[in-house]
Design a protein around this ligand. Structure first.
Ligand SMILES: *Cc1c(COP(=O)(O)O)cnc(C)c1O
Length: 364
């Protein structure tokens, strides 16, 4: 059977290996498996969320509230924007899909960092757009500007903090860069880990309301999958001016968020204390990774997120090491697919991290 040619050279996105598959493949009991591969919050979500969803479960016959008013009100308050500045997606992934479909086609170019979130490229390929990448590992906005001038892309993706490297763009640099970009080029600022960056270094803080007040060609993306501990609920959002949001709405399938997810995300926003506490613990535990890397003479990238990227030495192989970790029930992310001899590890809870260090020493 023939399929859409655009799909031919798309590699299926490899999400962190699910615990269920490790159970089947290696016969390890699920209680003995630790997943530090997808940057979920190891402390879970606010207990208030768990209480709130119990009531929702009692009545699931009706379609969800498609106006999503409760969640939009909560997001509007949190980000100091109006409800019609917001679009909600089944994960911010879905918002990325909307905006690529809204802006790009097979004649378009899309500019990204050389190493960044893989879904930009996959959705770009859905519409046959050409991906242009900078050369350096971390966001170098001079390089971005040079390529922007040469190539005139339809969309520029900036990911700060960046996945899978954990580095972040300075706020002033980012604003100065966007000032130089033409109004017809959409600049996407993906802030999936911004809650973490803010607590580590305020010079990295990108404020959505400031961004959209100053620029009308920018969209800010956020998610409940990381700091809010709701990866299983699939809720993300885009914040932008009303014109852009209106266009994205044309691509949104009805009822794209479940009743359960809407409630969970709304309530999660009311418990910022919980989120702050888990971020504080995250950076405490991250120090142990920094010490571990130093002891083992491995490079670690300074991270503004809830994961660390360990850049291995040339006599160590990231694929081999992540596979042997996997056989011991430890799931991490091999970054060889990004052209890096590195592994990305989500910073877990104290005992999970201790376990990682012990297994890693066996593998090195
Ligand atoms: C996790 C992540 C997302 C999207 O997560 P969703 O679960 O789809 O909301 C987007 N961008 C980056 C950089 C991420 O790491």
């Amino acid at each position: 059977m023939r399929f859409n040619k655009k799909l031919q050279d798309i590699k299926t996105y490899e999400a962190g290996k699910p615990i269920e598959l490790v159970v089947r493949e290696f016969g390890i009991k699920s209680k003995d498996i630790i997943k530090l591969a997808s940057n979920e919050n190891p402390y879970g979500c606010s207990p208030k969320v768990q209480e709130a969803v119990v009531d929702i479960v009692k009545n699931m016959a009706l379609y969800p509230d498609d106006s999503m008013i409760k969640l939009k009100d909560a997001l509007g308050k949190r980000f100091d924007v109006e409800n019609d500045n917001i679009i909600i997606g089944s994960g911010s992934d879905q918002v990325i899909e909307f905006l690529i479909h809204a802006k790009a086609n097979s004649n378009s170019k899309i500019l990204t960092n050389s190493i960044t979130f893989a879904m930009y490229e996959i959705y770009a390929k859905h519409v046959g757009a050409t991906i242009i990448k900078t050369a350096s590992q971390h966001h170098d906005l001079d390089q971005f500007y040079k390529l922007y001038k040469e190539q005139k892309p339809e969309i520029i993706f900036l990911c700060t903090p960046n996945n899978p490297t954990g580095d972040a763009i300075d706020k002033n640099e980012l604003f100065n860069f966007i000032k130089k970009i033409d109004n017809d080029t959409l600049v996407v600022v993906d802030c999936a880990y911004m809650e973490y960056a803010i607590l580590k270094d305020s010079s990295k803080e990108i404020v959505a309301s400031e961004l959209i007040k100053e620029f009308n060609n920018v969209i800010y993306l956020g998610t409940f999958s990381k700091a809010y501990g709701l990866g299983g609920m699939r809720v993300g959002y885009g914040i932008s001016n009303t014109k852009i949001i209106k266009e994205l709405y044309k691509l949104r399938p009805p009822f794209n968020i479940t009743t359960l997810s809407l409630e969970a995300a709304s309530v999660a926003l009311s418990d910022e204390e919980f989120v702050k506490k888990s971020i504080t613990l995250n950076f405490e535990q991250m120090k142990r990774y920094e010490e571990f890397a130093k002891e083992q003479k491995i490079d670690i990238i300074n991270s503004y997120t809830n994961f660390v990227t360990l850049c291995l030495n040339s006599n160590q192989n990231s694929t081999k090491i992540s596979n042997s970790l996997l056989r011991k029930g430890m799931i991490v992310r091999d970054l060889s697919g990004y052209g890096m001899n590195a592994i990305r590890v989500t910073v877990g809870k104290d005992e999970q991290n201790t376990h990682f260090f012990n297994l890693m020493i066996q593998c090195l």
